[in-house]
Write a protein that binds this ligand. Sequence first.
Ligand SMILES: *Cc1c(COP(=O)(O)O)cnc(C)c1O
Length: 465
Amino acid sequence: MDWTEFTRWGTWISQWAQNYHLTLRNRPVRAQVKPGEIIAQLPVSPPEQGEPMQQIMDDFESVVMPGITHWQHPRFFAYFPANAAPPSMLAEMLVSTMAPQCMLWQTSPAATEMETRMLDWLRQAIDLPNHFSGVIQDSASSATLAAVLTMREKALKWSGNQQGLSQQPRLRVYASSEAHSSINRAIWISGIGEENLVRIPCLKGRLRSMDPVALEAAIKADLSSGFLPTGIVACTGATGVGSCDELSLVLQIARDYQLYSHVDAAWAGAAMICPEYRQLWHGVKLADSVVFNPHKWLGAQFDCSAHFLANPEDLVRTLAIEPEYLKTHGTDGIINYSEWSIPLGRRFRALKLWFLIRSYGLEGLRLRIRNHVNWAEGLCLRLAEHEHIEIVTQPILSLFSFKPKGLADAAVIDYVNRVNDDGRIYLTQTRVDGQIVVRFQIGQFDATEADVQIAYDVICELLPL
Ligand SMILES: *Cc1c(COP(=O)(O)O)cnc(C)c1O
């Protein structure tokens, strides 16, 4: 294929995309294929001769589309949302046209300077103090890994990268029992070792926050054992049922013991553009590092993870391969963002934020999030009135959990599978206090109250009675 055919296929894809979105409600949300069904339709060897684009597009429709789970479906209530709002998609089309590598300022000054400005827009939007600087990471997992590496290097007085960990004291990192599995991976990859990730139990209240008394006791016990307390990873809106640590207490403990602190607000951070939800992360200003994913609830096409740092110099000192760069950092006004993240290559991700925020305005984005929270609260109240449904955890923002009364774990999983096989809605299960429950969140940008009504109908209709 050459460029003379590009407009034809580009136009075809634009039309396809618009039609896809306008008719998405007619498709089952979760792919309805069996394992192996797609790969069986893909030739075992690559073609020796080029094929016409028409043929490739036809196969895309018939082979690929049945195997897609529709994350943009308005009745996607599983996991967390991954919104790709149309302005952010358009920006991504432009970016993939130019396909610049934005590792250094000079490899695309617009990308670097746009990133600086957009992250400051986001910082203001979620009301972080202006001593925070931001960088876009590919995922919250990467941001958390970068933060854990930084806490490791700080605790080791910058010797870990050079000397390795074998002669070092045992580093200890603290997180709640509800915090995300990306923390375990960061602990593995950083060489700290899972045995040194101290999971602190959560309190019984609605927010299931880390017990600050147990946290401090664990730090003291580690100190008296000769271990090296290194850092705390706190969470706002954990994935299971939305647990939120009490940051004003937990981050103050981090300060008292001079531990580096990172806040994982991958999902819930987007809601902080609404002032009324900010009490959920009251005290966040004490953090060293904060991550949230505009690629979840805010509408920026995956991938786009906003990572804010109180002292970016610590991160750069951990990750930059030419430390002399530090000497010019901040004085000549040039930032090479590849020194703030683990991969060297980086996409131009800030453009979709610019398109998105300008197109909707913060008020347009707030309206969507507020609707989702209100609808989730309303649905939870209605389900609570159903004689065969028990609410297990109350809504935290737009996430709550429930179960059909009296069902054992295996039967709850059967119920979830039955709902998802039906295709009208998609939801998932999680474990709460040892039992399997149904997890429900609203966050898809095109969802309407009518879609939530359908969710109510499906949930009730398919109950095992
Ligand atoms: C989604 C999520 C993550 C992982 O985010 P990625 O960007 O996929 O790495 C981490 N923590 C929480 C709380 C999340 O919701």
